[in-house]
Ligand binder design. Structure first.
Ligand code: IPM
Ligand code: MG
Length: 363
């Protein structure tokens, strides 16, 4: 089969990890007889440098014409001035909104061979296998009014946390469906003791749960969830939450897996179903790591497992996705590590070497 992929390498280590993802995809294509064609575009800081905006209309259109989007990372100190008119992150937000990618899946799985490379006690993280479903096109990120202004008594600013019933329902459905395909436990995370939008969220979760009698629904306040994530993380199966809560909780959850360099993500425009194709964008959850850029040290695994998610959700190629995940496990099992997950007695290698080894296992 033939698939068109939009490639947006972005800034910092983005292009380096993207190159390894392409390498692995080409190996998958050879072994399973698929043809992947790539359409490259600018996103983030590099787009600001080239075009004056973080995402051009042409690039957005190009992404819309493809079967899926693969994104490296955006941002860097060069574009960080808080007074700047355009910032790299705007490109990412415009893509999420423009492509209607409302469902962000962030799986956190602790691989047995990396259990000692985290800062948390092995006993606590043993067996952790959870997915955070983060709402991605609503809430504080996009709510209006959103502005800063001058008053007689100083400056003021406002952001708005707004959600419609439709937006809440569709993301909760993703959570319920995913839980149904896994261990059937869903934690709906809100701040219903304070926020009106959370009270609506919780009501809709209760209403929907009637259609999912096989899924055990639990409501959790976001502060309690933050605590439970480091106290007893292995109890979680699927967590579903609004945009900003999900942003914060997934950085926390990522530390369970040892390194941000290990975690992939999928941002989908629909409710994923086994064997069906859902349009989506795939990216590692780590940032552009500007201090690591250009040195061949960044861990490409998050980007490579993001490719596995792309194969699974957007191309309905489950076997190929598993082949990639298996190759990653094999290479780690053999003791190869990038700097971020390095431990004594292991073999430290660079970005390209890690990509070569994983691609090599596909042959
Ligand atoms: C993420 C990032 C982004 C977000 C930034 C870069 C805008 O932190 O994907 O988690 O806040 O959504
Ligand atoms: Mg974040």
């Amino acid at each position: 089969m033939r698939f068109d992929i939009a490639l947006l390498p972005g800034d910092g280590v983005g292009p380096e990890v993207t190159a390894e993802a392409v390498k692995v995809l080409e190996a998958v294509g050879k072994r399973f007889h698929h043809q992947f064609s790539f359409n490259q575009g600018d996103i983030g800081g590099i787009a600001i440098d080239h075009h004056g905006v973080a995402l051009t209309g042409d690039t957005l259109n190009m992404c819309q014409r493809c079967d899926a989007v693969l994104l490296g990372a955006v941002g860097g100190p060069k574009w960080d001035d808080p007074r700047a008119k355009v910032r790299p992150e705007d490109g990412l937000l415009a893509l999420r909104k423009g492509l209607r990618l409302f469902a962000n899946l962030r799986p956190v799985k602790v691989l047995p061979m990396l259990i000692d490379s985290t800062t948390i006690k092995p006993d606590v993280i043993k067996g952790v296998d959870l997915v955070v479903v983060r709402e991605l096109t609503g809430g504080l990120y996009f709510g209006k009014p959103k502005r800063q202004w001058q008053t007689a008594r100083g400056r003021k600013a406002v952001d708005t946390l707004a959600y419609s019933e439709k937006e809440i329902e569709r993301i909760l459905r993703v959570g319920f469906e995913l839980a149904r395909s896994r261990r059937k436990r869903l934690a709906s995370v809100d701040k219903a003791n304070v926020l009106e939008s959370s009270r609506l969220w919780r009501q809709i979760a209760i209403e929907l749960s009637i259609h999912y009698p096989d899924v055990e629904l639990q409501h959790l306040l976001v502060d309690a969830c933050a605590m439970r994530l480091i106290q007893r993380p292995s109890e979680f199966d699927v967590i579903v939450t609004e945009n900003m809560f999900g942003d914060i909780l997934t950085d926390e959850a990522s530390m369970l897996a040892g390194s941000m360099g290990m975690l992939p993500s999928a941002s989908l425009a629909g409710i994923p179903k086994a064997g069906e194709k859902t349009f989506g964008m795939y990216e590692p959850i780590h940032g552009s790591a500007p201090r690591r850029a250009g040195q061949n040290i960044a861990n490409p695994i998050a980007m490579i497992t993001s490719v596995a998610m792309m194969l699974r959700y957007s191309f309905a190629l489950a076997e190929e996705a598993e082949a990639i995940e298996g190759a990653v496990s094999d290479v780690l099992e053999e003791g190869y590590r990038t700097y971020d997950i390095m431990e004594e007695g292991k073999k430290q290698i660079g970005t390209r070497e890690m990509g070569d080894l994983i691609a090599g296992r596909m042959g």
